[in-house]
Design a protein around this ligand. Structure first.
Ligand code: NI
Length: 282
């Protein structure tokens, strides 16, 4: 298969403490040319940056996840702003709303979400959105941000894509509204699950040029590894399922999603000598 990008995982989590080098090597051997590891709070954002410094093909995002926003204080935006200056920080995320786990009151989640959307607009970095059982409020908040919030006229508004709805679980109307706003979608392991009928029915109507693939590792392991620890090497299983649903080749899915992920995160394509030496090193 052509080169792949795992556009969303959590490589810094303790699930990988025993064998992180091997996990990264297996991804490279499986043709994964870049991995984006996603921050969920300040400490994890710092850890994500450290991994981006350790591995040339790893990039980081910084942000505070709605389930972890209890500690979000008046100085958190400034701390994120400083972390975001690192050259391998490529987005703000993951941020959003999660009404499944009620660890933080929804009104507080919405305030923390709004502040981080404002920060992304100011910094010109795209946003990685987490939305679990909060579709209507996520839509309302993004709509307000895109139309009359801090996005219009900001450095971010000049980019081709302003955000991604990661591990998308909405319907076609939500996808189409997201495209209008300059958003793209991310799909992960759940699309490979045998009982994911709604997703299987939706995917043929989604725009292949507005989609990235991801693992969300260590979570959401694709079929036939459902329930096991996930890792970036398995992102190809998502590409294969999309190829089946779109009736095209996995190579086509790989080429298109890799190009979209490079454009979304602003990653330079590796030079051919880099690709060669990376292949030799695994
Ligand atoms: Ni995630």
């Amino acid at each position: 298969m052509a080169s792949l990008i795992d556009s969303h995982c959590h490589l810094d989590l303790p699930h990988f403490d025993e064998d992180r080098d091997a996990v990264v090597a297996r991804a490279a051997a499986a043709g994964v040319e870049a991995i984006v590891t996603i921050g969920i709070d300040l400490d994890h954002s710092r850890a994500a940056i450290e991994l981006a410094e350790r591995y040339s093909q790893v990039y980081a995002t910084v942000g505070v996840h709605p389930n972890d926003c209890g500690d979000f204080g008046p100085h958190t935006p400034d701390a994120l702003r400083k972390l975001a200056q690192h050259p391998k920080v490529v987005a703000i995320g993951e941020i959003g709303l999660d009404y499944y786990w009620d660890r933080t009151p929804p009104s507080r989640q919405r305030e923390v979400f709004r502040q981080q959307l404002d920060l992304a607009a100011e910094l010109g970095l795209p946003v990685v959105i987490h939305d679990r059982e909060a579709h209507e409020d996520v839509r309302a908040q993004l709509r307000a941000w895109v139309k009359k919030g801090s996005l219009p006229g900001s450095p971010l508004s000049k980019r081709a894509f302003v955000g991604v709805l990661h591990s998308f679980s909405g319907d076609l109307a939500m996808a189409e509204e997201a495209y209008e706003w300059g958003f793209i979608l991310g799909l992960a392991g759940p699309v490979t699950f045998k009982n994911a009928r709604a997703l299987h029915a939706l995917v043929p109507y989604l725009r292949p040029d507005r989609l990235m693939i991801e693992t969300d590792a260590p979570y959401l392991s694709p079929h036939p590894y459902r329930g096991q620890r996930n890792e970036p090497a398995r992102v190809g299983l998502v590409a294969e399922k999309l190829a089946e649903l779109w009736r095209c080749s996995p190579e086509d899915v790989a080429r298109q999603t890799t190009a979209t992920a490079r454009r979304f995160y602003g990653l330079d394509a590796p030079t051919s000598s880099e690709t060669r030496s990376r292949r030799q090193s695994v």
